[in-house]
Design a binder for this molecule. Sequence first.
Ligand SMILES: C[S@@+](CC[C@H](N)C(=O)[O-])C[C@H]1O[C@@H](n2cnc3c(N)ncnc32)[C@H](O)[C@@H]1O
Length: 233
Amino acid sequence: MKKNRAKILGTALLVAVIVIPLILQAQPRGGRGKRGGRGGTSSSLQSPALAKDNEEKKVLAVLNDIVRSQSDAPGRIVPTDTGRLLRLLVEATNSKNVVEIGTSVGHSALWMLLGLKATGGHLTTFDIDPWAVKRARQNFDNAGVGDLVTIIEGDAHVECKALKDPIDLLFLDADKEGYLDYMEKLMPLLRTGGIISADNINMMTQAFIDAITKNPDLETIILGNVSITLKKR
Ligand SMILES: C[S@@+](CC[C@H](N)C(=O)[O-])C[C@H]1O[C@@H](n2cnc3c(N)ncnc32)[C@H](O)[C@@H]1O
């Protein structure tokens, strides 16, 4: 058990120190492109994600379809590199209970679901927009991962109060002025060693940035447009 935890911690550290900077170095500043986000990668050294088996192939096909043809997605979906980073974080930290605020059509969620398929975990994702929820559900079903995800429709500031189980990884990507409120409500549920990641850090309130960078119980790195915060043990 202790050995396993040390192994997981070691992997997480390796990811944080070596892999993440390499990935994010390759990601241009300034966030996403127009609605619908960007596909592909930003470095000539990086290859597109490769499917390990037919199940991954199915998920990657839906991800490609979202990038290519679902440009009417509400909000702007994360760049592909951020999606890949999230998958990597989920799998490397062996996350079993992942929470996302801001589903849109399910682009970031599908990347995390690739990791959750490997860890045997589950995603709970919130969105206030009924149209987005419907489209996300279709995308999850088409990708064959519908049973690994619960979509909660409604205002996440209200709905997230119903969460009770310890959270391994929390991804914030909804109303930017609301990040501090989400963090205050959900931080007590985040397990030690757990991770909070937030997209569009350039649009964050100063209060949120202070909350993740000035608390000695947290270790935060801001890389490109994404913050990654570890709740220290
Ligand atoms: C930037 S998009 C999310 C993109 C998604 N994470 C992705 O990369 O595929 C933001 C989403 O947050 C949702 N949203 C905004 N305010 C919300 C709230 N108070 N509660 C729940 N969802 C909200 C919007 O409807 C929108 O779909």
